[in-house]
Structure formats: C-alpha cells, structure tokens
Design a protein around this ligand. Structure first.
Ligand code: THU
Length: 152
C-alpha cells in the first residue's frame, strides 16, 4: 500500500482506498486519455483513468462505431486494459468529458465498474475543482451474481 491521497472513508468500504495518486493527477490523466478518443459521430470525447490499490494506472477512451450500439465507453476501455494487465484492486476512476463539467458514468459503465469494486471512488471535474462519489452511491442496489460481501 502506498501512502498518499485518501479517496474517502465511506463506512461501507472495508478496503483501504489510499493511493499515491491524487484526484487532480487522476483527472489530468483521464483528460489526456480523452485526447485519444475516437468519437466522429458524437464529437464527445471521454477519457478515463483508473488507479489500483498499489498505485498502478490504466486508461481508456471512448471508441465509437458506425453501428452506434457497438460504441465502447472510456470506463469500460479502462477496465479491459486493467484486466488484461492483471491489475490489483481498482480503488478510483476519474472520468473527463467536457472540461469542468462532471461526466457521470453511464448506467452500463456503473454496472461494469461495480463488478470489480462496488465502493470504487469516481472522480469527476466540477469547474476548476472535483467531486468524488462512491460507486455505491451512483449504483445503489446493483445487480450482482456474486454475494461475497468482502468485495464491498
Ligand atoms: N461515453 C463514455 O465514454 N462514457 C460514459 O460514461 C458516457 C458516454 C461516450 C460514449 C459515446 O462515444 C459518447 O460518450 C457520447 O455518448
């Protein structure tokens, strides 16, 4: 565990959500990832930066498709990158769309993120500052096939 920023201490979260990466860093990386977005249809560029308990970083951007429903959101791209690299427990994800405006993860992405840590912190820009939500707040009563409370 790397000492550093405390992403919050929600009572439902037994995981230590401390990371060397600050919310500002994470938002910076998310914005950078968003520059790689492929969004010729919506022109809405999204980047996501995910940090794990050990401080590893993973990135995603939205990748659109002419068959619109095939579009991959930035958050799900970051989860795929995390998974294939064998990353440890994700503790926070920053998402950046239009600068300064909170880019709330879509419902599908909330569900995908919840699979791996239901109390993941979600960091969003708000003006020149940021807000941090717990995924449990954003997706209450989430569907799960798993019932191992230790994940929560
Ligand atoms: N998008 C994301 O990447 N993440 C979200 O959570 C919401 C939406 C993308 C999908 C699409 O390429 C564009 O934003 C407009 O919906």
């Amino acid at each position: 565990m790397i000492a550093g920023h405390d992403f919050g201490n929600f009572s439902e979260d037994p995981f230590r959500t401390v990371s060397a990466i600050t919310p500002e860093h994470l938002l910076h990386y998310a914005a950078e990832a968003g520059e790689k977005a492929y969004a010729p249809y919506s022109h809405f560029h999204v980047g996501a930066a995910l940090v794990t308990e050990s401080g590893r970083l993973f990135f995603g951007c939205n990748v659109e498709n002419g068959s619109f429903g095939m579009t991959i959101c930035a958050e799900r791209g970051a989860i795929a990158a995390w998974r294939v690299a064998g990353g440890d427990l994700p503790v926070a994800v920053a998402v950046v769309g239009r600068r300064g405006i909170p880019c709330m993860p879509c419902g599908a992405c909330r569900q995908v993120l919840a699979e791996f840590n239901p109390s993941l912190r979600v960091v969003l820009e708000e003006g020149a500052s940021f807000r941090i939500f717990s995924l449990a707040e954003l997706l209450p009563f989430a569907f799960s096939l798993r019932n191992d409370d230790a994940r929560r």
